[in-house]
Design a protein around this ligand. Sequence first.
Ligand code: HEC
Ligand code: HEC
Length: 651
Amino acid sequence: MPAYSVVGRSLAIPLVLTSLMASAADLQRISPGTSQFRRPVAIARLDEATGVVANRCGTLSLVDLVKWTVVAEYKFGGQLTDVAVSRGLILVTDTKRSRLSVIRISRAGATVLSELPMPTYPLTVQVAPDEKSCTVGSRWARTLTMVTLENGPAIVDTIHLGFGAGEQLYLPDGSRMLVADAFTGRLAVVNTATRDVEHIHDFGAHNIRGLALSNDGQTLLISHQILNDAALPRRSDIIWGVMIDNMLRTANLDDILEGKSGAIYSGQTINVGYAGQGAGDPDSLFIDQTGRAVIALAGVNEVSIGAPFSRAFQRIGVGHRPIDLLPISEGRFVVVNELSDSLTLIDMTKNPAGDAASKDKSIRDGSQDGVESAADVLPAKPVATSPTDNEEYKKRHADKAGKKYNYSATASTYGSSYQGTDIYTSHLSLGPTPELGPAERGEQLFFSARLSHASWFSCHSCHVDGHTNGGQSDTFGDDTEGAPKRVLSLLGVGETGPWGWNGKKSTLSKQIHQSAASTMRGKGLTDKAATDIAAFLKTLQPPPPCQPATTPADKALVKDGRRLFESLSCTDCHTGTVLTSADVYDVGLVDERGLRKFNPPSLRGVGYRENLFHDKRASNLEEVFTKFDHQLDRKLSATELKSLLRYLRSL
Ligand code: HEC
Ligand code: HEC
């Protein structure tokens, strides 16, 4: 028993136990010795002393936050993405079975009380401040589902956002909520009473993974990344965060709620990394009682703790891929480490486990083969953090991205390190894990920013969760400079060779080596590491059909569109189930360096894409045919265009 106790003897108080519904299904308890990859993705607080962790593998772990032990694990099935608690009941989202489940767990057992079908790929669940309702964000259905929790859960409404729903944040009065784009840079303001999307702020960002309010409730804080499409992957640019920036942005909340133009730029942009030491993939975020910003740095296996009211950060090593945070009392919080099947307790008040045990060496710290460690890239001179450097940083940013992202309107500063507080960590394994196989090793590498020079970004920074951030980048991937290309989705990429827009990579491993060498600019990869990443990429399934046909009339329209697709010979180049082919073709589009022949992108999930062609020159699917007459030798009639578009959107 550690020599500290924060919540006193509340452990002795049993959890609320009410009689189970007749139809309720009990969950099987898993024996503590069971070896499996759990992949914890989210944690919620069940009561003072208990946390519940949703594991992607389909189990729920119950953790005693005082004794710092795993109390029980229950098999639920499916693929869990998020967990929240309302009045002692647990809400979990499951993408495999597309549902929201309500579960009661006590130390006596776990029971599923009810389940609600949800739109495709429920990713996040958030409980309203009055705990009478919750909202579920669906990534592929691109919806926000409002669910009442009174008298058993029921769907009240489904709001179409037009973008994949990710992070959510309720205002304290519950009147409105903010929903962030799961892939690119949009943030919607939703009125929870009228259920209207009141405003959508769109800024040149992506990977919005953390939303929080300042303690006075007036400022919104957002953790996200920016891909600068004008930057080149040169070590000298990467080291300053010019190519991909890891940011904490502040904005005036009232301006955001009112939908003022430029509201998102009304505050400051604070760079979480420092020169030579990037903060790859900022993720979950909260503000503690003293005003410290705590940010999980998912790509570098660290947590960044900001000094109160300052831009200085202290960084603490945790487990692999920290993606959720749970504050438990002043100065203490829990970190969920997805890819090391563990939790980390961070204590800024005292040493939770005594000096000897304060670091658990068994944790996988991501220092794999061929991966650059922070020490390899730190400049020989100490990192300067004077205002002069800040000016230089600002200038570089303004030059490269000023127009597009309006940096000039904001004060962008660059984080500095501080060593203000003694911070103690204690790791907790959620259970035994088997030896990592190639795909699991590849997954760790894919999400590791240590692959890039100075740890600024991972593969996931551009290929968000294997998909795309919707951006464009000069990756040197086609061996030319000055011809940035749209970031391709890697969902289903195992079947769509050859790779690269120019179709020059005959194997995935070759493409991966190229990405590591010319885009990441780290130490490069060993062959084994590249094969591992290829094994991981092959596990990525294509996205579900964008708008499957529903009514008989709709089905007939899709069928007409398919017939037209064949009669117009689209199938010459977009063939089979993968809807691409192995060759390169000149379709009349030339890039800035004179390249004319491109490998057709797979049309699976084409309806999700907002900008099309290699340089995003078509701003929507319709323009591919109306503005660019793509491979058409005649104008399509309005009816033909309608059916062709309907078919493409059904893919
Ligand atoms: C800075 C953004 C960025 C990062 C980081 C990045 N990529 Fe890419 N990736 C791109 C772009 C842009 C393309 C298209 C480039 C081209 O073909 O010219 C691409 C193409 C690819 C392709 C080819 C896809 C296809 O369908 O042909 C694969 C595979 C790939 N990347 C894997 C990776 C891996 C693995 C990593 C990490 C080692 C990585 N990428 C890191 C931007 C990025
Ligand atoms: C001669 C081969 C060829 C034929 C025929 C062809 N395409 Fe393409 N298609 C391509 C290539 C190559 C690209 C990528 C061009 C670029 O981005 O520079 C492309 C791109 C597209 C895109 C944009 C995809 C994206 O992600 O940017 C769509 C949509 C598309 N084709 C649909 C069609 C349809 C519908 C037809 C029939 C009318 C058709 N294509 C006929 C080769 C072909």
